[in-house]
Design a protein. Structure first.
Length: 186
C-alpha cells in the first residue's frame, strides 16, 4: 500500500530537515556530547553521557516515527541492507571516530560551536569520504555492497509481528538501560 506524507508537502521537507537538524545539533551541544573530552570518556568507558543522549534520541525518534506511522502522516521506506555494506560502513565510521574522536553528528555540532579540529578534520573528512565513496560506489555496488544481502526487511517483518510490539519491547529495553545507567551513577 503506497502512502504519501500528509504531514509536510515536498517543498517543506528540506527546510524542516534543516530546522530539526539544527535543533538536534543544538541539543547535542547543550548535552555536552560535542566536546572531545566527553566522547573520549565514552570510548574509555568513563563517561556515559554520549550513550545516554543517543539512547534517548533513539527512544524518542522510534516512538515519534511509530506514532506518525500510526496516523498515516509519514511513509516508512526501509533501505536495502547487507552484511558487506554494514562492515564497510562500520569500518569507515570506526576509523574516522577513532582517529578524530567525533562521530558525524557530534563533529557537525562541534564544528558549529567553533571547534576547528571538528571543522577541518571532521567535516572536511566527511566531505572527502563522501567524494571517495561516490567515486568507488559504481564499482562496489553490485559486488561488495551486496554480500550477505538481507534486503529491505524491517525487524517487525523479520519477527512476523506488529510494529507496536517491537517498538514497545525495544522501548522497554532502552528505558531499562537508561535507568540502570542512572542508578549506577554513570
Amino acid at each position: 500500500m503506497k502512502r504519501t506524507s500528509l504531514l509536510l508537502p515536498d517543498s517543506a521537507q528540506k527546510p524542516a530537515a534543516l530546522l530539526f537538524g539544527t535543533l538536534f545539533g543544538f541539543l547535542l551541544q547543550k548535552g555536552g556530547v560535542t566536546r572531545y573530552e566527553t566522547i573520549i570518556g565514552q570510548l574509555l568507558l568513563l563517561d556515559f553521557t554520549v550513550l545516554k543522549v543517543m539512547l534517548s534520541a533513539v527512544l524518542t525518534g522510534m516512538l515519534g516515527i511509530q506514532v506518525l506511522l500510526q496516523f498515516n502522516l509519514v511513509t516508512l521506506r526501509p533501505r536495502y541492507g547487507s552484511f558487506g555494506s554494514s562492515v564497510i560502513g562500520g569500518l569507515i565510521f570506526g576509523l574516522g571516530f577513532g582517529l578524530l574522536g567525533y562521530c558525524p553528528g557530534t563533529a557537525a555540532g562541534a564544528a558549529g560551536q567553533g571547534s576547528l579540529d571538528a571543522l577541518f578534520g571532521g567535516v572536511g573528512g566527511m566531505l572527502l569520504g563522501t567524494a571517495f565513496y561516490s567515486e568507488i560506489y559504481p564499482r562496489i555496488e553490485a559486488s561488495v555492497l551486496r554480500w550477505g544481502s538481507f534486503g529491505d526487511i524491517t525487524l517487525p517483518e523479520l519477527l512476523r509481528t506488529s510494529r507496536w510490539k517491537v517498538v514497545i519491547a525495544v522501548a522497554a529495553l532502552l528505558a531499562a538501560v537508561l535507568s540502570a545507567l542512572s542508578l549506577a551513577g554513570l
